[in-house]
Write a protein that binds this ligand. Structure first.
Ligand code: GLU
Length: 326
């Protein structure tokens, strides 16, 4: 009896102790989610890499990060608006349209709560066609089987603009499929489509898969309509995919492109974004080694290029501390 009473007391004491020691940590733990893209692209690695840097310091700041695969830029914007995602990787053209409420975001109106955090790698509009497709140039698309991309993706968003500029619609193609990023290389290899489109950093697993399983070519995206887009929109630039990255593609490929940007919203705490950018920039050399597309990143461009929305207060605080901004 006595013994029983003693162990009960010890047991409740242990519970109390556990409660005393664990409650503050549990209460303070913040779980954040970063929206990425398909697992074959670079956004997925961006999200995983940022999380890796954050999670290295979880003992200190108690922030725990995960970065699931998503449908891409537009899905990430919608996920952040709905409060399901805290941050996301978004093409610079999609950032612009979402912030200003243009094109496919017109019905939502401007998303004034959007906040920029930093810019990542460049993303050329990348067209890959089967060598037997008869496609030598982007303008050969009419009558072909083209994967225009899933509606949540950035490439679909950019493709809509390009199609408008070219005077094309879905009926221009003999087939306009809407496969997501992870499915298109296999569809190309299986001869279900003639060409795939991906707005993506290089090198990446998807284009690698497409060019190693079959003979496939990177296709130039140039011409007066593209020149006009680059003239008209601040977020489009001429871009070259260097030769030698993929089997059978030793020549440079001319196209145009955007930048991958990392964004959040005013709904996310200043401290969370502060710790996020601090984790990235204090482990920057380590971070850059996590993907070849990150190799040429530098701090100065990352906090100025390709950003439409105002900087998040947490990011601005850190950049000010480093003396990078006023
Ligand atoms: N740019 C693509 C998109 O916005 C994703 C590219 C990637 O996953 O690296 O959907």
């Amino acid at each position: 009896m006595k013994r029983h009473a003693f162990s009960a007391a010890a047991f409740s004491g242990a519970l109390l102790g556990a409660a005393l020691f664990s409650t503050p940590a549990v209460a303070d733990s913040r779980f954040i989610t970063i929206g990425t893209g398909g697992q074959v692209g670079v956004y997925y690695v961006v999200g995983q890499s940022v999380c890796r840097m954050i999670n290295r310091g979880s003992d200190e700041h108690n922030i725990r990060c995960n970065a699931p695969s998503t449908g891409g830029s537009v899905a990430n914007v919608n996920g952040m608006k709905a409060g399901e995602l805290d941050m996301g990787v978004v093409q610079s053209d999609v950032q612009y349209r979402a912030y200003h409420g243009e094109a496919n975001f017109a019905s939502d109106g401007p998303w004034e709560e959007m906040r920029a955090v930093f810019t990542m790698h460049g993303e050329p509009l990348t067209v890959v066609a089967r060598a037997d497709s008869g496609i030598e140039h982007f303008s050969d698309f009419p009558g072909k089987r083209v994967n225009v991309g899933n509606p949540g993706s950035g490439q679909r968003n950019t493709m809509n603009v390009v199609m408008d500029a070219m005077g094309w619609d879905m009926d221009t193609f003999s087939l306009a499929s809407q496969l997501d990023a992870a499915e298109q290389a296999a569809a190309l290899s299986d001869n279900n489509i003639d060409a795939m489109i991906y707005v993506v950093g290089h090198p990446n697993g998807s284009i690698q898969e497409a060019t190693t399983t079959i003979d496939a070519r990177l296709i130039p995206v140039t011409g007066p309509e593209i020149d006009a887009l680059v003239e008209e929109y601040p977020y489009y630039t001429r871009s070259v995919i260097p030769g030698g990255l993929y089997r059978g593609n030793d020549q440079d490929t001319e196209t145009f492109g955007v930048a991958a940007t990392f964004v959040s919203s005013t709904a996310v705490d200043e401290d969370v974004i502060y710790e996020t950018v601090k984790a990235v920039f204090e482990n920057f050399e380590r971070f850059k080694r996590l993907h070849p597309a990150f190799e040429n990143l530098n701090e100065e461009d990352m906090i100025s290029d390709g950003l439409t929305a105002p900087l998040h207060d947490g990011a601005a605080r850190y950049y000010r501390e480093r003396g990078w901004i006023e």
